[in-house]
Design a protein around this ligand. Sequence first.
Ligand code: GDP
Ligand code: MG
Length: 166
Amino acid sequence: HSGFVAIVGRPNVGKSTFLNRVVGQKVAIMSNVAQTTRNKIQGIYTTAQEQIVFIDTPGIFKPTSKLDEFMVNSAISTLNEVDAVLFMVNAEQTRGAGDNYIIDRLKMIKKPIYLVINKIDQIHPDKLLSIVDQYKDALKWQEVYPISALQGNNVDEFLQQLASDL
Ligand code: GDP
Ligand code: MG
């Protein structure tokens, strides 16, 4: 149960906060992932039997310049190299153009994709269902997990699920 997982999502949804919570040990497995991907490793989750290497892919947005286009294409190619993708959204915000752009790009990725709804500490529990509703048919999600990366709610459960799927 080991593998590489890329994290995508709009700015400020909590990707770095999640990675900081997960961050840990040195990389014991490198397998055949390309050099470009190695450089993006941001966090490693390790247990006795499992290791998940997380890769931050900050640049998936509608490109408006050649440089943007280069960054977006680089991020997309990373998604094709990993074992699974984690798409993070902010529970406080309604689904927007930035989310939709990423979702459209994810439709072409033939990997298990997890929807992670972050910042649930900021919303009333009754609101969660309507957030899930906004996304549930957008893609064929492997799993949907509400979490708080900041406070840790449901993070261990999610990591265990992910590790057992890999
Ligand atoms: P990134 O741009 O996706 O990497 O987002 P960051 O990890 O930098 O987080 C953006 C902001 O959201 C920071 O101020 C974080 O402290 C805050 N944040 C991240 N996760 C949570 C969460 O689960 N709950 C709350 N309340 N704030 C969060
Ligand atoms: Mg970040």
